[in-house]
Design a protein around this ligand. Structure first.
Ligand code: KG4
Ligand code: ZN
Length: 359
């Protein structure tokens, strides 16, 4: 089965063709992503209007490129999948309408996909892992620990009660005069820094709940920076190093609780998996902290290749392929949803993420 996937929920326009073979293994035949980062950089964040317009301009040609790179015609495709939410509504409309139009014109089944489900199932495409497993999603819009029990069966164990982790990196970078997106800039500066010069707080560390919090850390960065201003390059590096250490420490504490909970709930699953996804998963310090944590708790640490951790359409095509095996196609009436929790039973937490719609 071959699926064409389309992703337009935030600032990446993406199209991809993925094949699911008879053994259930996935193969990425093409994966085209056009990042709009340069369009948004002058504003220090994603501007919804600019994003929607850029999707309109790029999507048709990206779909053509995805088919051409896979060496296929539309006729060779078995189904179309597109992100229907959560995300910025203008972009979602562009992707969803395009996918529906293609499905209708070519008379193919259509699957409306939850973007978070795309992230959640990626490790089944890349590593062929089986349910259940844990997913830590850390991006600019989300910080969530999700128990992936099965297809369409997700339990949100914990989420941020204020800022998303990528957002905390971005805000810290902005405070310190580093460029957008902040994560890579903070990580680079931290390499030259002394992490023990400043001791920053570890929000929620030691608490029994499985949630995350990062806004106090960002406030502490602001206070520290204000106290010692004007900042030298070394001051910035030292603050970045202290920030990253505080994040690694509190993240390890929070995640360790979910690992223990998983072991209690699934005592028979040998070497279960913790999967990371989202742009923050690129951070080497955080990766090594999570790797160490997994080693000590008897978990496999799975970090899909960077291009598949950040927003892409291969994960949407793959989620479509998984759904097509056991579920009915979506109706062409399906509406985009700017908010669409993976776990509809979990109450939304107030104030979660400035760009809360974004994953
Ligand atoms: O998943 P992603 O590419 O986009 C969405 O949020 O949908 O994640 C982007 C976020 C940004 O906040 C960025 O600063 C952060 O991921 N990020 C990082 C690193 N690379 C990207 N954060 C920490 N360290 C990094 N190396
Ligand atoms: Zn995402």
């Amino acid at each position: 089965m071959r699926i064409l996937g389309i992703e337009t929920s935030c600032d990446e326009t993406a199209a991809s063709v993925v094949e699911r073979d008879a053994q259930g293994k996935g193969h990425i035949l093409s994966d085209v992503v056009l990042s709009q980062i340069e369009d948004h950089a002058p504003y220090g964040g994603v501007v919804p209007e600019i994003a929607a317009r850029a999707h309109v301009e790029a999507l048709d040609s990206l779909v053509k490129q995805a088919l051409a790179q896979a060496n296929l015609e539309l006729d060779d495709i078995d189904a179309i999948a597109a992100t229907a939410g959560p995300g910025l509504i203008g972009g979602l409309i562009v992707g969803l309408m395009t996918a529906k139009a293609i499905a209708m014109a070519a008379d193919k089944p259509f699957y409306a996909i939850n973007h978070l489900e795309g992230h959640a199932l990626t490790a089944r495409l890349t590593d062929g892992i089986s349910f259940p497993y844990l997913l830590l999603l850390v991006s600019g819009g989300h910080t969530q620990m999700v128990l992936v029990r099965g297809l369409g069966d997700y339990e949100r164990l914990g989420t941020t009660i204020d800022d998303a982790l990528g957002e905390a990196f971005d805000k810290t970078a902005k405070l310190l005069g580093l460029p957008y997106p902040g994560g890579p800039a903070v990580e680079k500066a931290a390499l030259e820094g002394n992490a023990s010069r400043f001791i920053l707080p570890r929000p929620l560390k030691g608490e029994a709940r499985l949630d995350f919090s990062f806004s106090g850390l960002k406030t502490a960065v602001r206070q520290t920076a204000t106290e010692i201003a004007p900042l030298s390059e070394q001051d910035v590096a030292d603050i970045c190093a202290a920030f990253q250490e505080a994040v690694a420490d509190t993240l390890s504490d929070r995640v360790s609780r979910s690992l223990k909970r998983f072991k209690q709930d699934f005592p028979d699953k040998e070497m279960p998996e913790l999967v990371v996804a989202g742009g923050v998963a690129a951070n080497k310090r955080l990766r090594s902290a999570l790797e160490e944590l997994c080693d000590s708790h008897g978990f496999h640490f799975i970090a899909p290749p960077h291009a598949l951790c950040t927003d892409n359409a291969a994960m949407i095509a793959w989620a479509g392929a998984e759904r097509a095996m056991s579920m009915e196609a979506s109706s062409l009436d399906v509406a985009p949803r700017s908010r669409w929790p993976l776990d509809e039973k979990s109450a939304p937490l107030i104030g979660t993420g400035r760009r809360g719609a974004k994953a």
